[in-house]
Design a protein around this ligand. Structure first.
Ligand code: NCD
Ligand code: ZN
Length: 371
């Protein structure tokens, strides 16, 4: 299969090319004379990955399911997600992890990685992306109570939800053992300044669109939304200390939100919001590609990213204005702090491993894979 005349966005710029796809993978990139599907110079973001998604399911399928969350993802151009383990019951042993994997294999509309959680011990098995640890309060009952030093000494990749104190501790231990550390959703100036100073090649840093955009106390989320000085510090480090923008898609019912549940849905707004950043020149398209595609791919999967041999995942976009309306979400969580916002940039076509899975109207389910 030959895709012709695409303008592919990467961290090195926007490059016009044709792409030869075989068995769902990129076989060659260049300029070819053979006939193929003409993309007429459309802008294409390869391999969009949201590294922070809560799909719920199991006992909380009234909030969201793997099916609805991943359908939501693909509908707005996200071709891969990484799922968080604070489900009910939590993904904290090998049997539940395998159950989760089966659920994704059967129901997912996009490719996926699954995180695993520990609170006080570590069971060894393969297949998860990160061991997720919670050092401060949030949805679920997964506060880590074990020995952090021991955990880091195993050298398994760790993703941490924490405040500055826990971040400092984890960074120290990551440096001590050379353990990979992903710092989830930074939210304060203090955190980002600390990370700027101590980050190395084993440490990656994530931010959410809501921590970049929303004022303090305007939404009930964990970590809390910061002040203006915090948001400014985060914006300044996008593409520098900050490697990844992820949504922290955290669906709840309206009733639960009224009662104070933490979190907001985001997997359907992450690409539109970040595209808007690029179209309105708040960040460059090169930085956009690093934050939502290249860096997440580098962090979670050697199959993803843009290059020969990688999965042929492409999101075709258009510079069109539209207004966010959460009533149209595929997520069960039909509310958004971004409702009514006029965004520049829409998703036209989504291609997963060479197959068109969304054409702007219909969504097609193919067999999705663990990344
Ligand atoms: C998340 C959730 O509801 O699962 N809530 C949130 O406010 N972000 C958990 C989390 O990522 O902290
Ligand atoms: Zn989260």
């Amino acid at each position: 299969m030959l895709f012709k005349n695409l303008n592919v966005v990467t961290s090195r710029g926007i490059k016009n090319c044709d792409i030869l796809v075989e068995n769902g993978k990129i076989k060659d990139i260049g300029s070819f004379s053979a006939k193929g599907i003409d993309f007429n110079g459309s802008i294409v973001i390869p391999s969009v990955i949201d590294m922070h998604v809560h799909c719920r399911d199991f006992n909380q399928d009234y909030k969201e399911t793997v099916e609805t969350a991943t359908k939501a993802a693909i509908s707005k151009g996200v071709t891969g997600i990484v799922e968080m383990p604070n489900t009910s019951p939590p993904v904290n042993n090998e049997d539940i992890f395998e159950e989760r994997r089966t659920l994704f294999k059967e129901k997912s509309y996009c490719d996926y990685g699954i995180n695993f959680s520990v609170t006080d011990h570590l069971t060894f098995f393969d297949g998860y992306k990160f061991i997720k640890i919670f050092l401060t309060e949030t949805t679920g009952k997964l506060l880590f109570k074990g020995d952090l030093d021991k955990l880091f000494s195993h050298k398994k990749p760790i993703a941490v939800h924490s405040d500055i104190n826990g971040i400092k501790e984890c960074v120290k231990l990551s440096i001590k053992y050379g353990t990979k550390l992903h710092v989830c959703h930074v939210s304060t100036k203090e955190e980002i300044e600390f990370l700027k100073e101590y980050k190395n090649e084993n440490i990656t840093v994530e931010v959410t669109p809501h921590h970049l955009l929303l004022p303090k106390n305007s939404e009930n989320v964990k970590p809390d939304l910061g002040e203006k000085k915090d948001r400014e510090a985060l914006w300044k480090e996008l593409g520098k200390t900050i490697d990844v923008i992820a949504s922290d898609h955290a669906p709840h019912t309206e009733e639960e939100k009224k009662k104070g549940a933490y979190g907001i849905p985001g997997v359907e707004t992450i690409l539109p919001l970040t595209l808007d950043f690029a179209f309105r020149k708040k960040i460059s398209f090169e930085t956009l590609a690093s934050l939502i595609s290249e860096n997440p791919a580098k962090i979670v999967s050697d199959k993803k990213g843009f290059g020969i041999g990688k999965d042929a995942d492409f999101t075709v976009i258009e510079e069109k204005e539209w207004i966010v309306d959460s009533k149209n979400f595929y997520s069960k969580s039909k509310f958004s702090p971004f409702d009514g916002m006029k965004l520049k940039g829409t998703v036209k076509t989504v291609i997963l491993r060479g197959e068109i899975v969304c054409d702007g109207e219909t969504i097609k389910k193919i067999n999705c894979k663990d990344m």
